[in-house]
Design a protein around this ligand. Structure first.
Ligand SMILES: [Zn+2]
Length: 189
């Protein structure tokens, strides 16, 4: 069995700032990615409920990196284990990841993809339609191609190549709508 995914709310960068927030269901695991800034929490909770998932049902939260616009709503999921680039956290338990990629569940793995920040990860999900990559390596399909906040554009480019070489069918960017990857990486590097 592969995993399924739902984009709960699509992010944007102007006016205002909102994170793209997603749900991945992999067997018993219900994983929310980047529960960050949104105009209202309802924009996360209502679409989640529509999928038949209550906040208490969420088993895992993944944050693509540590900026507040992708993390501010972590605590609305009381039972979730939280995962970032280096460890998994629940209550007072802190378990470091041994290596990248970190296998979160059967069809979900977390890959170190530094570039936007040093602490960026991409969530790679095996679905029936191929690989879906949830990542802040792109803000939206349209760019900006040169991330103005990147600490190192060379690292960003290398991480983008790493993900594109997996030939994802869909990329879910940090602040925009999901987009299909047609195999032509030239416009995305
Ligand atoms: Zn962001």
């Amino acid at each position: 069995m592969t995993a399924t995914y739902y984009v709960l709310t699509e992010g944007y960068i102007s006016p205002g700032v909102a994170s793209t927030v997603s749900l991945v269901v992999d067997g018993e695991r219900k994983i929310v990615i980047d529960p960050g800034m949104v105009a209202s929490r309802v924009n996360i909770l209502a679409p989640l409920e529509k999928q038949g998932v209550s906040p208490a049902d969420v088993t895992d939260v993944v944050v693509s990196h540590l900026h507040i616009d992708h993390t501010i709503n972590i605590a609305i999921f009381p039972n979730a284990t939280v995962h970032d680039f280096m460890a998994s956290y629940k209550n007072d338990s802190w378990v470091d990841h041994e290596e990248s990629p970190f296998q979160l569940s059967t069809n979900v793995s977390l890959h170190a993809t530094p570039g936007h920040t040093r602490e960026d990860i991409t969530t790679v999900v095996n679905t029936a339609d191929g690989i879906v990559a949830f990542t802040h390596l792109w803000w939206t399909k349209k760019g900006p191609i040169e991330d103005p906040y990147s600490y190192d554009l060379g690292e960003l480019r290398a991480s983008r190549k790493l993900i594109l070489n997996m030939n994802p069918s869909v990329i879910v960017p940090g602040h925009g709508s999901p987009f299909a990857f047609d195999g032509d990486s030239s416009k995305l590097l």
